[in-house]
Structure formats: C-alpha cells, structure tokens
Design a protein around this ligand. Structure first.
Ligand code: ADP
Length: 263
C-alpha cells in the first residue's frame, strides 16, 4: 500500500469481532472520560483485549487517566499504541507538546480519527472504546461513518439541564443509524460521613435521557448504571490508575465494574 492510499479499517469489516462503543455526552465535565478509562480498565481486568481511542481532541485526558506519558513509537508505517493497565491507548494528546493549544477543523479531525483507526497497530481487540468530544460535533458523525457498527454510550449527570443536552447527543444516532447501547448516569449521589446520601446534581437525568431516547429512536434504551460521586474516582484519575483497579471496593468503582459487566 503506497502512501496516500487509504488503508482499511479492520474494525469496520463486516466480519470484525470487535465491539466498538463511542462514549458521548452533551457537555463537558460529566465524567465521560473517567467512565471511558474505568470501563476500559474493567474490561482488561476481565481478560478482554481492549483499545481506547481518545477522540476528545479538545479535552484529551485519557493518557493521564491511564498513567501514560510520552509518545507512541512507529514501526515501519504503523504506529504502536501505548499500553496502560493492559489497555492499548491512542490519543491526539500524545502528539501535542504540553501546554500547546490546537485548533482543529472538521476535515482534520476526521483525518486524525481515520489515521488512528487505520495506521495504528491495534492487533485483535475484543472491545474498542472511543472517547468522543462533548456535544454533537463532527467527530460523532465521523465515528459513525468510519465505524458504522459502533454503538453509542451516553453519559449524563442526574441534572435536568445536563440530561437535555445529553439527549441531543444521543439523538444524533437517529441520523447516523447507530445503536445506543445505553445511558450511564454519573455523579448520581454523594454519600455523606453519617451514611446518608445527598443528590448533589438533583435526580432523574439518566431515566429522562433513557426514556426520551427510547421514544426518539423507537427502541428500548436502558440506564446501564448509576455511579456515585466518590473521591477515589477522582484520585484514581489523577494518579493514572482507574478506580476500578486502584480502589475496587469503592462504591463508584463497583458501579463502574457492574456497567462493564452489562456491556
Ligand atoms: P468529561 O470527560 O465529561 O469532561 P471527566 O471525566 O474529565 O469529564 O471528569 C471531570 C472531573 O470529574 C474529573 O476531575 C474527574 O476525576 C471527576 N469525576 C468524574 N466522575 C466522578 C465521580 N463519579 N466521582 C468523583 N469524581 C468524578
């Protein structure tokens, strides 16, 4: 294959056995990347072969969450992904100098994502997770074009305003004809020292997104799980060891692991 010739995307082949999930959210800060990193680690711990494409070009955070720094190596014309906690990771952040801002235009984004899927030596994967940028941007459309069989996971908080934008992110699958694998509600409650719980971000967001997407897409869509606000989750992300590995007994880690089990 000469340069400039588009390589085939192995995961887009009809006989591909890799399950691809695009993790989407309406807005930033709801924990989409945290969920992606923890699900990836949970799958790997179950012995599955897992890859993560960090397609959140503007807010790439997966390498840090997986304890990865530095750049991927190149062998012949292929890029070798970095491996953190048994998960193969490719991120645009690996090609950007620290502190450097990047301006990406739609076609460049599409091309970068395509390269991540064609020019990276992933080997055989059971699961491929794609961390999408928040919102209903170009990348979501690109993913559906490059990986037509991929399914959407919609992350929201319980907050009604967050749910409304998450719905829009999920509804895009009506146009792209992607299946929505389910809704994940994050930051659902906080357990206080006296054992009571507090609904910091209100309640009902996950149910609302699932119900409305079921109606829009005319297919039953479930809430796959609810994840509490839990300090070990933030600590794990900051330390580069996802909570499902670093603090598997933490309530949020158990919730995340259970969601992996449902997929
Ligand atoms: P997004 O990808 O949606 O922008 P992040 O995954 O970067 O959001 O999460 C935003 C911040 O919230 C991060 O600092 C992360 O560690 C923290 N966080 C996410 N989910 C939880 C949780 N369940 N408990 C505690 N902190 C969380």
């Amino acid at each position: 294959q000469g340069p400039g010739r588009a390589r085939e995307i192995p995961f887009a082949r009809k006989d591909s056995l890799t399950r691809a999930y695009a993790v989407a959210s309406g807005k930033g800060g709801v924990g989409k990347s945290t969920v992606t990193a923890n699900l990836a680690a949970a799958f790997a711990r179950r012995g599955l072969r897992v890859g993560v494409v960090d397609a959140d070009i503007y807010g790439f955070s997966i390498p840090g969450m997986m304890g990865l720094a530095g750049q991927p190596t190149k062998v012949d014309e292929m890029i070798l992904p970095q491996v953190g906690h048994g998960v193969k990771v490719m991120s645009i952040g690996m090609f950007v100098e620290p502190g450097q801002a990047i301006v990406w235009r739609g076609p460049m984004l599409h091309r970068a994502l395509q390269q991540f899927l064609t020019d990276v030596f992933w080997g055989d994967l059971d699961i491929l997770l794609l961390d999408l940028p928040p919102g209903t941007g170009d990348i979501a459309i690109s993913v559906s074009q490059l990986l037509p069989g991929s399914e959407l996971l919609v992350v929201t908080t319980p907050q009604q305003a967050a749910a409304a934008v998450a719905e829009r992110a999920g509804a895009i699958s009506k146009q792209t004809e992607q299946r929505v694998a389910g809704v994940i509600e994050n930051m659902s409650w906080l357990e206080l020292p006296d054992g009571t719980t507090m609904d910091v971000f209100g309640s009902g967001g996950g149910d609302r997104v699932a119900a409305n997407l079921s109606e829009i897409l005319e297919a039953p869509i479930d809430v796959l799980g609810r994840i509490p606000l839990d300090p070990p989750v933030r600590e794990g992300s900051d330390a580069g060891v996802p909570a499902v590995l670093a603090s598997p007994e933490a309530p949020a880690a158990r919730a995340l692991d259970a969601i992996a089990g449902r997929l």
